[in-house]
Design a protein around this ligand. Structure first.
Ligand SMILES: [Zn+2]
Length: 111
């Protein structure tokens, strides 16, 4: 009977949506809006893949949409460090294919 407390949803904050989060490339350390970078994610099974939606759960690492940065991150084992997982040669081959596909499909002509 008593309605002493009324629960109202907190007012949506407008400012939150307008800001695009900044992330840095693990290879060259350049900071950019996260939409300009490619996100790699390690899932619950420890599998690393490209997160095209940038919303997948799991530990993530960002790389510029450039083959050079992917190469640098691979050679320097920066993915392993950032994602805290071991990545084998076969996995890297798959990742490279996924990465290059992603660049052509999602980020054409980003020079
Ligand atoms: Zn970079």
């Amino acid at each position: 009977m008593s309605a002493e407390r009324t629960y109202s949803a907190p007012a949506p904050t407008k400012a939150r949506r307008n800001r695009i989060a900044q992330r840095s490339c693990i290879a060259c350390r350049r900071t950019a809006e996260k939409t300009a970078l490619v996100r790699f994610v390690r899932d619950a099974q420890g599998i690393v893949g490209i997160d095209a939606t940038r919303r997948r759960a799991g530990r993530g690492a960002y790389v510029c949409a450039k083959g050079a940065c992917f190469e640098k991150a691979r050679k320097g084992r920066m993915f392993e460090r950032a994602l805290r997982v071991a990545i084998g040669t076969e996995d890297y081959k798959r990742l490279e294919t996924e990465f290059l596909d992603f660049l052509t499909l999602k980020m054409p002509e980003e020079q």
